[in-house]
Design a protein around this ligand. Structure first.
Ligand SMILES: Nc1ncnc2c1ncn2[C@@H]1O[C@H](COP(=O)(O)OP(=O)(O)OP(=O)(O)O)[C@@H](O)[C@H]1O
Ligand SMILES: [Mg+2]
Length: 263
């Protein structure tokens, strides 16, 4: 069995296009015996291509674990993950790494840039790691698009938090991944920088057809998404399309009142 099994042969032109992301009964437990914590409790979830989804829920509800399992950074204990129609679970570590480098981009709350590398070098790192050709013009294009065209030779320490996060987004976009996962990408940013980052993520979806899955605690940030998936106790407990900040805040306040409202 290979984890690169796809549902259609010879590309995606036969039959309906697969979802960008599909999880079936994904479970992840940390610790053992009496210390065991079920971070994800049989999560089943589908996200269509070219959509922007926010994931929200209380601290400890499993949001980061969900993203890590969906992105192949963590392995579920059980269940299956497909990204863009290819199964992510079940391969070797090396296959998983190759898969991740090819199809997935990840943006973290704390940027995760390398201090000793310049903005341009940080941005091309995923291409280098994947052994892919670096097109300098394209890199300049991407960094210009995120508003950092004049900062290519700067080091992360010379940038503001918002600028660093935009480097991280450029780095996530450079491999042209199918799905971009972002875990609280605006958590450390002021309102204005957060807005820039959210508009970039929105543009990745609307202009470039990528799929974005973003964890956030902020109802305003969530309102940039097409829909919100709510998690509680490691399970999806609701979904909202066309979210507004007020509606999201209202739903968050009542999460857990109705845990039977599945996704
Ligand atoms: N590496 C780990 N080792 C042990 N327990 C973990 C680990 N990672 C997560 N957990 C546990 O799994 C549960 C879900 O954690 P997770 O980080 O996914 O929550 P979260 O929804 O992202 O929370 P937050 O909003 O605070 O970031 C928590 O109870 C947490 O303590
Ligand atoms: Mg988290």
């Amino acid at each position: 069995m290979t984890m690169f099994r796809t549902r259609t042969r010879g590309g995606h032109d036969q039959g309906p296009a697969p979802e960008a992301l599909r999880l079936v009964k994904v479970t992840r437990t940390y610790g053992t015996a009496e210390n065991a914590v079920t971070a994800l409790d049989g999560v089943t979830l589908s996200l269509a291509r070219s959509t922007f989804t926010a994931v929200m829920g209380p601290s400890g509800s499993g949001k980061s674990t969900l993203l890590q399992c969906a992105a192949g950074l963590e392995r579920p204990d059980s269940g299956i993950v497909w990204v863009d129609g290819a199964e992510l679970t079940g391969g070797t570590e090396a296959e998983l790494t190759r898969f991740r480098r090819g199809r997935v981009g990840f943006v973290f709350q704390q940027y995760n840039l390398l201090d000793t590398l310049t903005v341009a070098q940080n941005t091309v790192l995923p291409l280098k790691l994947a052994g892919r050709r670096v097109d300098r013009r394209r890199v300049t294009e991407i960094l210009t698009a995120v508003g950092l065209g004049d900062r290519l030779g700067h080091r992360p320490a010379q940038l503001s938090g918002g600028q660093r996060q935009r480097v991280a987004i450029a780095r996530a976009l450079v491999t042209e991944p199918r799905v971009i996962f972002a875990d609280e990408p605006t958590g450390a940013l002021d309102t204005r920088s957060a807005r820039q980052v959210l508009l970039l993520l929105q543009e990745a979806v609307r202009v470039h057809g990528r799929t974005v899955v973003m964890v956030t605690h902020d109802p305003v940030a969530a309102s940039y998404a097409d829909s919100v998936v709510f998690l509680a106790d490691g399970r999806p407990v609701g979904r909202m399309d066309a979210p507004t900040p007020d509606a999201v805040a209202e739903r968050l306040a009542h999460l857990g009142d109705d845990v039977t409202a599945g996704v």
